[in-house]
Design a protein around this ligand. Structure first.
Ligand code: GLY
Length: 392
């Protein structure tokens, strides 16, 4: 961090302790009132979360959020942090069988957010064993011919090999496993995926395509399109932020400057199109500015990525501008209208979009998503850690 950074840090409206406490109350309420510990929170329009089973791609975010609260409870010496560890453990344990699944690429989210945090915070070797097995399972979706991990579809589909930009977020599982007793091959799979994704997913202006289908027999390109954006050539904002975050993480894990350049280029595109309240529309090309078309989940994970870039960029000017981007975004998210003022509302974060496809029958906006709250907590803890670092 440059010398300019810390001096700017006091100028914000973020009460970290109050925000985490409010989020913790909502997370606890779900656990307290949900007898079925295999029903994971997913979406909420008001006071009740819809739920999904452990096999759903979002299942890791609730246990992950509980682990973040446990981390914060330890940091602040709350009276009973162990209660949070027990809650996190219960919901993490419910995902144990997922370590063997080879049906989707989202094992990274599912397992790193649950067992990964569990191991990081407790050192329990049983958690680590699950992460290592999950990395093996995810690596089975990699193709040497295509040079990518297959995001969607059957592992042996001979016709289609579908990859989404979101897949960048699942590489941490492989790199972490490689660095913690797993084979080096996992790291190579992750970097090969990132390398070909750099070539295929970014347009000349550094906006991202969402979905690409390849020929599994030859590795050749078949089609670029969208599933959750407005159109095939538009920019779905959450996809853009998955890219910013994914490449920032991979730079931190590998030190390869090409990944930092890619993250910064994608971030520059995002920031240039960001509205004044620092929360993007679900699709930058939608032309719709209303709250009901926003995606605050994209903003939450952008804030996490910007805190990382502020820490990683070598240039002081980049450190400062990404610091401001991170804090300004977070400040907007912890206030009305994005932060729910109602204690009974299921989630903390409002105005998120699941899908902004041009075909309105696919569209789901103006909702809350469990991963929005997860990344909001991550951003609050990242902010807290950064402030603490500069105090020392
Ligand atoms: N990775 C799925 C989504 O962002 O909706």
């Amino acid at each position: 961090m440059s010398r300019d950074g810390p001096a700017t840090r006091a100028i914000d409206g973020i009460d970290i302790d109050a925000c985490v406490a409010r989020m913790a109350r909502k997370l606890a309420r779900y656990d307290d009132h949900q007898p079925d510990k295999s029903a994971y929170p997913n979406e909420a329009k008001a006071d009740v979360w819809s739920t999904v089973p452990a096999s759903d791609w979002v299942s890791g975010f609730y246990p992950g959020a509980l682990w973040y609260v446990y981390e914060f409870a330890m940091r602040r010496q709350w009276p009973n942090p162990d209660l949070w560890r027990q809650r996190a453990h219960t919901w993490t344990a419910g995902l144990t069988a997922e370590q063997f699944t080879t049906t989707n690429h989202d094992l990274g989210f599912m397992i790193m957010d649950s067992f990964g945090h569990g191991y990081r915070l407790t050192g329990d070797a049983a958690y680590k064993a699950v992460v290592l097995q999950a990395a093996e399972s995810l690596s089975k979706r990699f193709s040497d011919t295509v040079g990518l991990i297959r995001s969607w579809g059957a592992i042996d589909d001979p016709e289609n090999f579908v990859v989404i930009i979101d897949n960048m977020m699942n590489l941490e599982l492989l790199v972490w496993a490689s660095d913690n007793g797993g084979p080096q091959r996992y790291r190579q799979v992750a970097t090969q995926h990132a390398d070909r994704s750099r070539l295929e997913f970014f347009r000349p202006d550094q906006s991202t395509y969402h979905v690409i289908d390849f020929n599994p027999q030859t590795g050749g390109l078949k089609r670029k399109y969208t599933h959750q954006g407005l159109g095939d050539e538009s920019c779905w904002s959450r996809g853009q932020t998955w890219a910013i975050y994914g490449y920032a993480y991979l730079f931190e894990a590998t030190g390869d400057p090409r990944y930092l350049e890619q993250s910064v280029a994608a971030a520059d595109y995002y920031l240039a199109r960001l509205p004044a309240d620092h929360v993007p529309p679900s699709d930058f090309d939608s032309g719709l500015a209303g709250l009901e078309y926003k995606d605050s989940s994209a903003a939450a994970l952008a804030s996490c990525a910007f805190f990382r870039l502020a820490r990683l960029c070598p240039q002081p000017s980049d450190q400062v501008r990404f610091w401001h981007a991170a804090v300004n975004t977070l400040e907007s998210l912890v206030q009305a209208p994005y932060f729910s003022s109602s204690p009974s509302h299921a989630s903390a974060l409002r105005y998120q979009a699941r899908n902004f496809h041009a075909d309105a029958s696919h569209r789901l906006t103006n909702t809350s998503l469990i991963f929005g709250d997860y990344f909001l907590l991550e951003a609050l803890l990242a902010y807290d850690s950064a402030i603490e670092t500069t105090r020392q």
